[in-house]
Ligand binder design. Structure first.
Ligand code: AMP
Length: 294
């Protein structure tokens, strides 16, 4: 079923012993559906929000072109035994297009990497996720590791604003070539899909260094792959600690202080972002940083 209004949603909430929310912007692919499957293991009812959130796009980004196909999305979600919440823009933002007065500062982790290239992005993400949490009132919410920086910021928001919601993360789903699934892959031509493999290849080139305790070398190796691929314009390559998103090494963005010490045995992300034609793509890998190396 597709829920559009709040009364229906309240009824769903009332009927559910435990409710899981999977926030998405639609154009659902296997990556999203893996989140739905995981959510089904965590709660007896699952609702997938489908909302292309205007406040997380900056002027000139792809808000207008972003792929939308609610019927197809709903069929895929319903086939998994879950429901869809497809709110209108005016339900989420009553004063739209006037900006909201009370907003959320997404904090330190939002000022680097994705946040440096897209300075208003995470405030928009926090705004919509907070609203979805308030409207749906889930017990659990599932997010993908594909957007690792977003996941970190949402976990921080839940902690800092005391949301009684369990945040569950799901691993990245890739196609058979290694390309991370993304709704934006629809924008790529066939040759561009080949070029886009530079992102996963960059991670493969860098991750052995990160696992060996060499974040700087990891970032340089990843950056080199992006830089050397025709048709790809590198944005950044970075190693960060997975807990607090503290940078360990960064290429492509200057002025970011890097942490000299790192807790032995902690986990780290290696992250890349690049443009393929006019399509901006991100990818990352998670690894255990070796004990004793910092
Ligand atoms: P989006 O619709 O792109 O905003 O993504 C909605 C959710 O799906 C986010 O939590 C993403 O991290 C997650 N997601 C997107 N792509 C993938 C993927 N390839 N594998 C796993 N999760 C994903």
């Amino acid at each position: 079923m597709i829920y559009h209004d709040l009364n229906e949603l309240t009824e769903l909430r009332r009927q559910s012993r435990t409710l899981a929310l999977v926030p998405t912007m639609g154009a659902l692919h296997e990556g999203h559906l893996s989140l739905v499957r995981l959510a089904k293991e965590k709660a007896d009812r699952v609702i997938v929000s489908v909302f292309v959130n205007p406040t997380q796009f900056a002027p000139g980004e792809d808000y207008e072109q972003y792929p939308r196909d609610l019927e197809k999305d709903a069929a895929a979600v319903e086939a998994l035994g879950a429901d869809v919440f497809a709110p209108s823009v005016s339900l989420i933002y009553p004063d739209y297009p006037k900006p909201a007065q009370v907003t959320i500062d997404p904090g330190e982790a939002a000022r680097i990497l994705e946040g440096k290239t897209r300075p208003t992005h995470f405030a928009g993400v926090c705004q919509v996720v907070a609203k979805l949490f308030n409207l749906v009132r889930p017990d659990v919410a599932v997010f993908g590791q594909k957007d690792a920086q977003q996941l970190t910021i949402i976990k921080q928001m839940v902690k800092d604003l005391s949301y009684p919601i369990d945040i569950v993360s799901a691993p990245i789903v890739r196609d058979e070539t290694g390309l991370a699934l993304s709704s934006r892959n629809q924008y790529l031509s066939q040759p561009q899909r080949q070029q886009a493999l530079a992102l996963s290849k960059a991670l493969a080139a860098g991750e052995k260094f990160l696992e060996g305790g060499q974040p700087q070398q990891a970032v340089e190796a990843a950056w080199k792959v992006l830089e050397n691929t025709t048709g790809v314009v590198a944005d950044y390559a970075a190693a960060v600690d997975a807990q607090g998103f503290q940078p360990l090494a960064v290429a492509g963005q200057s002025g970011i202080p890097v942490s000299e010490s790192f807790p032995a045995g902690a986990a780290a992300y290696l992250l890349v972002a690049a443009k393929v034609g006019s399509t901006r793509l991100i990818d990352n890998t998670y690894c255990q940083y070796p004990a004793g190396k910092a």
